[in-house]
Design a binder for this molecule. Structure first.
Ligand code: PRP
Length: 210
């Protein structure tokens, strides 16, 4: 039997996914040890787990280098890859929102060429251009996005809000919700056809745990 490969987004989602997979009887013991290894095997179930950067999970899954992936909806929306999204795992819950200074609350949709800083340029572009018909200038950042409106780099940001603490501590607020986010199971389209039984068996067990 060939190995099925499961790609996990490194970080918090990976540890929650590991807990979930352990609870359905998969052997994730190796992954719980502190190490820098990137590939782990569950010999009994012929599974291979790989730890990848969140943004790369959809890439591994689309190309079939991973059969299954666990990744946030934010990354799925941003990467726009060709694959199936099968299960909403419910953990890693947060939202994507337009945020900025409170004074812009009723004004930002009226600003021409609104400057939007974000780690998620595609989500921002789609939201403003396609949903709202508003032309914007996207400024791609890689982190600490909340700085944008504070130092005059952008008018607003499009970013993840979880507890809301980062916004609060930096004097910003949510101006508009874009969508709910959470961890999802994604599957390669060819694998789904070739390994239907094995994949559905894992999916069924996962769903029972939710
Ligand atoms: C994320 C996100 C927000 C923050 C939201 O950033 O981009 O900045 O968390 O969480 P909160 O609502 O609970 O405060 P992350 O921690 O990934 O760091 P980054 O700024 O380097 O991207």
């Amino acid at each position: 039997m060939e190995y099925l490969t499961i790609a996990l987004a490194k970080g918090r989602l990976a540890s929650l996914a590991i807990d979930l997979f352990s609870s359905i009887g998969l052997d994730c013991a190796q992954m719980k040890e502190k190490s820098r290894k990137l590939i782990f095997t569950d010999e009994k179930n012929k599974l291979r787990f790989i730890l990848v950067k969140a943004n790369d999970v959809p890439t591994y899954v689309e190309y079939g280098a991973a059969d299954i992936g666990i990744v946030g909806k934010d990354t799925i929306l941003e990467e726009g890859r060709n694959m199936y999204e099968l299960i909403d795992l419910g953990f890693g819950e947060c939202k994507m929102a337009v945020c900025g200074k409170a004074e812009l609350k009723d004004k930002f949709h009226k600003i021409n060429d609104l400057r939007v800083a974000s780690k998620y340029p595609h989500i921002a572009e789609e939201y403003f251009c396609e949903n709202k018909g508003q032309t914007i200038e996207i400024i791609k950042l890689n982190g600490s996005v909340e700085l944008g409106p504070l130092v005059g780099l952008s008018d607003v940001i499009v970013d993840i809000v979880e507890s809301g603490k980062t916004l609060e501590e930096n004097g910003l607020c949510v101006l508009e919700d874009i969508c709910r986010l959470s961890a999802r199971v994604v599957v390669n389209k060819v694998s789904m056809k070739m390994n239907t039984e094995r994949i559905m068996d894992i999916m069924t067990k996962v769903k029972e745990k939710l």
